[in-house]
Design a protein around this ligand. Structure first.
Ligand code: GTP
Length: 391
């Protein structure tokens, strides 16, 4: 981790802040705490984002689980210790309660241990942010929180996965993605973007607007459904990254918005051009997304789709195809059946869930369904075979 601009980064001490609840809708089953995973390229600005959250007066009570805060650069611990009055030698302390009502917790040992300890403080916070290392593939981590049976029996009763945020470095992002292509299979940066529910394109103060636009196009080519925000030092309205309910709602039926949270980056309005489907050499090298809309489906079509999906996700092939050709990082979908019932599909890697969400008329949602798959090998054959089932 590189830390610079030391003094600028140290936030003001907050005296007796008024800490109020985040105002999130509690989980219906009763007080499960939402958890958001913060992934991102090495050095992209994850810690900067989290430090802001830990020290700014935003009124949210968030528990942040950081990577290695005990053994990284001094500034980090110092920043975290601001307002705690702790002796820096006690930095290995797993917990820090911060003046703004947030809690900080180190994930140095094992993630689960840190989270278990955190949950003993339940009531002191109402949201969890989990930072992953820059080299992590967030897919398995998300799967664990979302769908692991052991987890579901234990901590999962207290925690619900809300979404995955990916921080991309505006300066080195393109290079990192290109380098990832040099290796076999899918590199981390593509996995991180592919798996994200929201992308923060950070450090836009350091690059030219054309470079930002180009990188946005690349990111959008990989993951067209995640909203993208331009940021400087992780400055973002927390509402854009929290409480997304990304694992309980279907895909956004609109195109992913590209937004700017950076006041100087007001030129974001003309970025719509990038959202048109377009071929990039990244897509040709393998990772792409597939989006298909569909009318209300018959029960038979729905079953057939379920079978198709199992073949794709579990065997990596079309029902008629060659095994291992496909790798899906993320899928989402929303379907209306002839009967009026609505279903939402959610998937991370080879795990998926199709859940009934009720009658469409009572929800007033459009009848048009939609499936989005992000991954490797999603070519024209896959599209055609999906269209055959859904049309
Ligand atoms: N100019 C500028 N510098 C930034 C911005 N965001 C972060 N930085 C700096 O970039 C460096 C890396 O930021 P970190 O927040 O440590 O990045 P990270 O993703 O946590 O890094 P790793 O944990 O090592 O993967 C630090 O020196 C930050 O001060 C930004 O928007 N603009």
């Amino acid at each position: 981790m590189i830390m610079t601009d030391l003094d600028d980064d140290i936030p003001q001490l907050i005296e007796q802040p008024e800490v109020k609840s985040i105002g999130l809708q509690p989980d219906v089953a009763g007080a499960r705490v939402p958890l958001t995973i913060i992934s991102g390229f090495l050095g992209a600005g994850k810690s900067t984002l989290l430090q802001r959250i830990l020290t700014e007066r935003h009124g949210y009570r968030i528990a942040v689980i950081m990577n290695e805060f005990g053994d990284t650069a001094d500034i980090e611990s110092k920043t975290i210790n601001v307002g705690t009055g702790e002796d820096p030698s006690e930095r290995s302390e797993e917990f820090l309660e911060l003046a703004n009502g947030c809690l900080c917790c180190s994930i140095k040992d094992t993630g689960i241990a840190a989270i278990e300890k955190l949950m003993q403080k339940k009531g002191a916070f109402d949201y969890i942010l989990l930072e992953t290392t820059g080299l992590a593939d967030p897919g398995p981590i998300a799967s664990m929180f979302w769908y692991n049976e052991e987890f579901a029996m234990g901590l999962g009763r207290d925690i619900t996965l809300d979404g995955v945020v990916c921080v991309v470095d505006a300066v080195f992002g393109k290079k990192q993605i290109e380098e990832d292509h040099a290796v076999d299979g899918l590199g981390e940066s593509l996995r991180q973007i592919g798996c994200a529910d929201v992308v923060l394109l950070n450090k836009v103060d350091l690059v030219s607007q054309p470079a930002v636009t180009e990188l946005q196009g690349i990111i959008n080519g990989v993951n067209p459904v995640a909203p993208l925000y331009q940021t400087v030092r992780g400055e973002i309205d927390l509402k854009c990254i929290l409480d997304l309910k990304a694992f309980s709602c279907g895909p956004d039926t609109r195109n992913a918005p590209i937004k700017s949270s950076h006041p100087d980056a007001g030129h974001a309005h003309h970025h719509d051009d990038n959202r048109q489907p377009h071929e990039t050499h990244y897509e040709m090298r393998g990772i792409s997304s597939l989006q298909v809309s569909c009318p209300p489906l018959s029960g038979g079509q729905f079953e057939e789709f379920d079978e198709w999906l199992r073949s794709i996700l579990w065997e990596g092939k079309l029902p008629s195809g060659q095994e291992g050709k496909l790798e899906v990082l993320r899928c989402k979908g929303m379907f209306t059946l002839d009967s009026g019932e609505q279903y939402v599909l959610q998937g991370v890697r080879n795990l998926y869930e199709i859940e009934a969400v009720g009658q469409k008329r009572s929800l007033g949602v459009p009848e048009e369904g939609k499936v989005v798959l992000i991954g490797k090998g999603l070519d024209e054959d896959v599209r055609r075979s999906l269209m055959e089932i859904l049309s």
